[in-house]
Design a protein. Structure first.
Length: 128
């Protein structure tokens, strides 16, 4: 049992003396997520309902088609236009999920960065 308890201590000591590693990992994750956000944003923008189709329907039908739990708008849309509305709806909802994810990522990034900086200050204060 004593062998198992020493493994986390070795790992902790090895990585905790280099808090800059956590900062670099957090920076890398933030950059990758930013690139992914741009890609999903472009993908969602290309899936919008074209203006020619939007003009055929009232603004209430257009706005209701974007809500996640509203389904009565489908009765007011022609069958040939329904796949276009569905594609736009799914892409917009995926984009909102990604935006929510970036808010969470920013909070996690801020916490990890603050924890690593605090630990770095503690190491410098101890003369390490």
């Amino acid at each position: 049992m004593s062998g198992l308890s020493s493994v986390p201590v070795l790992i902790e000591k090895e990585y905790m003396n280099e808090p800059g590693l956590f900062i670099r990992i957090a920076d890398l994750v933030a950059m990758v997520y930013g690139v992914m956000l741009i890609g999903v944003g472009i993908w969602a923008f290309k899936g919008r309902v074209p203006t020619a189709i939007k003009t055929k329907y009232s603004s209430q039908v257009i706005s209701m088609s974007q809500f996640p739990f509203a389904y009565q708008w489908r009765q007011a849309v022609c069958q040939e236009d329904l796949p276009i509305f569905e594609r736009a709806r799914v892409r917009q909802q995926v984009f909102y999920i990604v935006i929510t994810g970036i808010v969470l990522l920013i909070l996690i990034y801020a916490y990890l960065n603050a924890a690593a900086m605090l630990h770095l200050c503690q190491l410098r204060g101890a003369g390490l």
